[in-house]
Design a protein around this ligand. Structure first.
Ligand code: HEC
Ligand code: HEC
Ligand code: HEC
Ligand code: HEC
Ligand code: HEC
Length: 191
């Protein structure tokens, strides 16, 4: 026991602890920093240009109002439009002169290759998140995902942690003790 106390009083041991804490802390910061960088996507999909054409979020993420997962569009969903647009715009422009991201889309679509979009928002497996009750109660996509009319690919606007869920659930049910009990019950979000 005395040895341990001596060790703790030893100045170089204190420095070692300090260094350890600093390293752990900056590792935490690096972690946060990396999660803010959007992952590289197979196609740089411009949300801004599509959302500004008044194409509804639910057209591409149609799961959001009916099920847990919002879903991501397939290459055929994109092609339903772009396959038409290419004729409509200029049938004689060869594919090799299209904007590069549309050349990629063309390659996926005509070869029936699924586009492997990289997930941005994710809760761990032991958490149960369901879009439907949120969308049904009028919580706007923007509240959780930010203003997509100003973005190209999706970025993480909100660190998805338990505090964030609980905070909003507490506010939304402030006047209704029964609802509050349900929204704050561990079993509502954890199986
Ligand atoms: C409902 C029709 C529609 C759907 C569905 C659609 N797009 Fe588009 N997209 C357009 C239109 C119209 C433009 C041109 C918009 C502009 O000029 O601002 C466009 C522009 C683009 C551009 C920019 C091209 C350039 O000029 O640089 C890319 C890339 C693109 N779309 C990819 C996709 C992908 C990938 C999907 C599927 C996830 C998709 N689009 C689904 C209508 C659509
Ligand atoms: C209450 C906050 C909240 C609202 C409102 C919300 N989302 Fe989400 N969204 C999330 C969370 C959390 C995830 C991660 C879910 C997971 O990992 O299962 C997610 C994931 C997604 C994904 C990834 C793919 C998938 O299948 O889940 C898409 C796309 C998406 N949301 C689109 C939308 C759209 C479109 C709307 C509006 C119609 C919307 N979200 C409304 C919180 C929200
Ligand atoms: C024309 C199709 C299209 C429309 C319209 C569209 N999106 Fe997306 N969305 C995509 C594609 C493709 C991706 C995958 C690439 C990426 O992450 O940016 C995506 C990704 C996302 C993600 C990240 C999903 C993840 O993996 O976590 C969110 C959140 C999202 N969209 C929200 C919205 C919202 C909100 C709207 C309406 C304001 C909207 N989108 C409109 C095609 C679309
Ligand atoms: C911006 C506010 C907001 C955020 C953030 C939010 N929720 Fe919710 N949540 C709601 C509202 C509103 C309801 C619907 C309450 C009702 O039925 O009136 C709801 C309902 C739910 C339900 C359905 C409860 C039931 O059994 O009917 C689940 C599950 C849920 N949320 C999980 C989550 C999880 C997990 C997160 C975090 C990843 C989260 N929510 C973040 C507002 C939010
Ligand atoms: C509204 C949704 C919601 C409710 C209610 C909720 N949790 Fe969570 N919980 C989450 C989310 C989302 C995560 C994953 C993100 C994180 O780790 O913060 C999580 C993570 C956890 C973790 C893992 C923490 C970690 O650091 O890995 C534990 C343990 C936990 N919750 C316990 C509970 C207990 C106990 C209750 C009831 C008192 C509860 N949760 C209620 C949403 C919820």
């Amino acid at each position: 026991m005395q040895k341990v106390l001596d060790l703790i009083k030893n100045p170089s041991f204190k420095i070692a602890i300090l260094v350890f804490v600093l390293v752990a802390f900056s590792a935490g910061l690096v972690g946060i920093y990396f999660t803010q960088i959007p992952p590289e996507q197979p196609i740089l999909f411009p949300h801004n240009r599509h959302v500004n054409l008044q194409i509804q979020c639910l057209y591409c993420h149609s799961g959001a109002w009916k099920q847990a997962s919002a879903g991501l569009p397939t290459e055929q969903k994109c092609w339903a439009c772009h396959g038409q647009l290419k004729k409509y715009f200029d049938p004689v422009v060869p594919v090799s002169e299209w904007p590069i991201e549309l050349q990629k889309l063309n390659d996926y679509a005509v070869n029936n290759k699924p586009i492997k979009w990289v997930p941005v928002y994710q809760v761990p497996d032991f958490v149960h998140f369901n879009h439907r009750p949120h969308v049904a109660k009028g919580v706007a996509c923007e509240t959780c995902h930010g203003d997509m009319s100003k973005k190209t690919v999706a970025t993480l606007e909100q660190t998805v942690n338990m505090g964030w869920c609980i905070d909003c659930h507490t506010k939304k049910s402030a006047n209704d003790p029964v609802l509050q009990a349900k929204l704050l019950d561990c079993g509502t979000c954890h199986y």
